[in-house]
Design a protein around this ligand. Structure first.
Ligand SMILES: Cc1cc2nc3c(=O)[nH]c(=O)nc-3n(C[C@H](O)[C@H](O)[C@H](O)COP(=O)(O)OP(=O)(O)OC[C@H]3O[C@@H](n4cnc5c(N)ncnc54)[C@H](O)[C@@H]3O)c2cc1C
Length: 425
């Protein structure tokens, strides 16, 4: 971040000053065509702004400090209060300036803030904010998803380094990331949650192999990651040896908030169009008088409002200095189901076009085939993962039952046993 580009704001700035400085910055820095499209909504902005344009422009956004306005200046922010940041955000909102690097912002950063060293924060946070170093998370394994604490990837200490061997899976964006947060087993003789540690892994280090997995919609955005004697400096351990489960807690709550839309990463919905688009589409088709359709539209419209209010409540708790904690599971469970209902309705509105569509020619290979899918069908297929990613709905209901409703914990016959003595799949 260049000091010259950082906005001249600090805790002493009045809310009016914040609004004026941010408005001037928008005028000077956001490209004219994007600003001109803003009054016509997000779709109009997207029509004049490609993903590549946005990524190329993004460092200017980061250098202003506005990407993470409440963070300390040394890490790329402006050290503003939550109220000042809200005032800035209100000025930015019409321009749809989403945050890039969502797993960096929502998974890696919370762990670094809560458990990292100052040296680690200064090294990793500024390039993360600028999207120069992108992040993913190496948590799930073939034999450890919902029961993440049973994971088997081993890290063995060798002088000032750890040597990692094992396999991770479903690693979103590993193929386009520089770094990963990684949960590893450092003590197999300890109970499963006690023998874990949390490391930062350089995905370009010798011994890391990333193999793409393809979605049902044909796209690649997650991977298998094989670790074969990968060396990680001990200076890149976040938290104490054996305390990885506690560190992972900040990462997982951050991820749940992100996936539910209540986090700070600007992710509102993973996969597909919003309810407003459905209403427009029903009107275009002249079907707003269809009673069965009206019923479905009304239902998703109302639930979408409820989702927003729930997320606003979680955000307000965070802004007031609290943590969303187990309550982020409410948004996670609701958002997963709701987005699936919305995307299914979007595909239904296509009628027969949802199952048979015009393609220029029969394309070779799944990627080319996927490119011909109607957007609504892509959104519908992608949304199937919403009740799995970031922890399944069933597991989040368990969290709610135990930690919010205070019901008895799930029985665990191996409670307190050494990890190496517990049978695993
Ligand atoms: C799109 C997508 C992106 C992902 N990205 C990442 C990523 O970037 N990094 C990463 O580490 N992981 C990632 N994951 C993995 C994800 O976290 C796991 O898929 C998820 O935690 C479930 O684990 P599993 O697939 O092993 O299923 P399992 O744990 O094998 O579960 C199978 C079924 O059993 C149910 N079940 C399991 N335990 C219980 C229980 N105690 N009570 C009730 N029901 C239970 C589950 O709900 C599920 O229906 C991603 C997954 C998806 C779909």
């Amino acid at each position: 971040m260049t000091a010259a580009a950082r906005l001249p704001l600090d805790r002493s700035s009045s809310l009016d000053e914040v609004r004026a400085v941010v408005a001037d910055w928008v005028e000077a820095t956001v490209p004219q065509a994007w600003r001109a499209a803003a009054p016509r909504g997000r779709a109009a902005i997207r029509a004049v702004r490609s993903r590549a344009d946005y990524e190329a422009w993004y460092p200017a956004f980061a250098d202003s400090g506005l990407v993470v306005a409440t963070w300390p200046v040394a890490y790329g922010g402006l050290d503003l209060s939550a109220e000042q940041a809200r005032a800035a955000e209100a000025v930015l909102a019409p321009y749809n300036l989403g945050r890039l690097n969502p797993l960096g912002l929502n998974s890696a950063a919370p762990a670094l803030f809560a458990h990292g060293t100052e040296e680690q924060r200064l090294r990793f946070l500024p390039p993360l904010v600028r999207n120069e170093e992108r992040w993913c998370q190496l948590l799930s394994e073939p034999g450890a998803g919902s029961d993440l604490a049973s994971l088997a990837t081993r890290a063995v200490r060798d002088g000032d380094e750890w040597v990692l061997t094992g396999q991770k899976v479903w690693t979103t964006w590993a193929h386009v990331s520089e770094f990963a947060i990684c949960l590893v087993r450092t003590d197999p003789t300890a109970p499963k949650r006690k023998g874990l540690s949390y490391l930062i892994v350089d995905l370009h280090a010798p011994g890391v192999e990333v193999r793409a997995l393809r979605h049902i919609g044909g796209e690649v955005d997650f991977n298998e990651v094989f670790l074969d004697e990968v060396r990680v400096p001990d200076a890149w351990r976040i938290g104490a040896v054996g305390d990885g489960w506690r560190v992972a807690g900040s990462t997982l709550a951050g991820e749940r908030q992100m996936v539910s839309g209540s986090g700070s990463g600007g992710v509102d919905r993973i996969g597909g169009a919003g309810v407003d688009r459905l209403l427009e589409r029903a009107a275009e088709l002249g079907r707003t008088g269809d009673p069965a359709l009206r019923q479905r539209l009304m239902r998703v419209y109302s639930e979408e409002r409820i989702r927003r209010w729930t997320n606003d409540r979680v955000r307000a708790t965070i802004r007031a200095g609290g943590t969303a904690g187990a309550a982020s599971s409410i948004g996670k469970v609701h958002q997963g189901q709701l987005n699936q209902a919305i995307q299914l309705l979007a595909a239904d509105l296509l009628g027969p076009g949802a199952t048979g569509w015009e393609a220029e020619q029969s394309p070779p290979g799944p990627e080319a085939w996927a490119a011909t899918l109607p957007l609504e069908v892509k959104g519908m297929l992608r949304s199937r993962a919403n009740t799995i990613e970031g922890g399944t709905s069933e597991v989040n209901r368990n969290i709610l039952a135990e930690r919010v409703l205070g019901l008895p914990r799930e029985p665990d016959p191996y409670q307190g046993a050494a990890w190496e003595d517990i049978p695993r799949s």
